[in-house]
Design a protein around this ligand. Structure first.
Ligand SMILES: Cc1cc2nc3c(=O)[nH]c(=O)nc-3n(C[C@H](O)[C@H](O)[C@H](O)COP(=O)(O)O)c2cc1C
Length: 209
């Protein structure tokens, strides 16, 4: 599969997990892809906590369900109606959770490239996630990024040391199929912007001829 095919076929997966658990050797390849991401100052500020115990998956899924309800309750009625059928996680069905963490202290105090832009550290960890996500697409494995959680709750759940921050829960597992259209488009929540709207010439707002 070309990188463009992987980019096109990659989906955020919630409802299509088969319930089978990803094979160890495939999971190892995905983590290796993540670990080859670029990172500011080559700090590699990520860690990957693999959660497979069904009891623990259920525990986290219950927390996510509570956060989903909080969000639903915050919506105006017409948005709440659109949101209602949208599934936001497949924590239990995926069979495997990968918590990706970020450690700002990794690499010491003089980080080449992070002095002016502190967020470059978190950007680096996000790139590890994207590497994993694209590698999974190439393997035919589904990934769903879940961010409906309290950071402190998840940090406690994985016994994160001080200063190590969870930045994502990834649901990872075999899938029946990949949807061709993102769920948020299919359910009428939000569509992809036209690419032309995102491209500017020289200065923000000036369009290319
Ligand atoms: C930082 C980040 C956080 C996300 N959090 C969630 C989430 O909590 N629940 C969910 O269902 N999808 C989540 N998503 C997935 C997006 O909804 C999805 O990527 C987007 O709708 C486009 O769909 P696609 O990934 O299938 O192309 C997240 C994606 C990103 C990049």
């Amino acid at each position: 599969m070309s990188v463009y095919d992987a980019i096109r076929s990659r989906r955020d997966v919630r409802a299509e997990f088969t319930g089978e658990v990803i094979a160890d050797e495939v999971l190892a390849r995905l983590l290796d892809a993540a670990h080859h991401a670029p990172s500011v100052g080559n700090t590699q500020p990520w860690d990957f906590i693999v959660v497979r115990d069904p009891q623990r998956l259920k525990h986290f899924a219950d927390h996510v369900a509570a956060k989903r309800k909080e969000f639903a309750d915050s919506l105006p009625p017409e948005r709440a109606q659109v949101f209602d059928p949208i599934k936001v996680e497949g924590v239990r069905e995926s069979g495997t959770g990968i918590v990706v963490t970020y450690d700002h202290s990794r690499g010491g105090t003089h980080i080449l490239g992070r002095a002016s832009i502190p967020e470059t550290g978190v950007f680096s960890a996000a790139l590890a996630i994207q590497n994993l996500w694209l590698a999974a697409a190439a393997e035919g494995i589904g990934v769903g990024w879940v961010s409906f959680y309290d950071r402190d709750v998840l940090a406690d759940f994985i016994a994160a040391p001080d200063g190590v921050v969870p930045i994502a829960w990834l649901c990872v597992g075999p899938v029946e199929e990949f949807q061709t259209v993102p769920d948020l488009e299919r359910f009428g929540w939000r569509n992809r912007r036209p690419l032309a709207d995102a491209i500017h010439a020289d200065v923000f707002g000036k369009r290319q001829d």
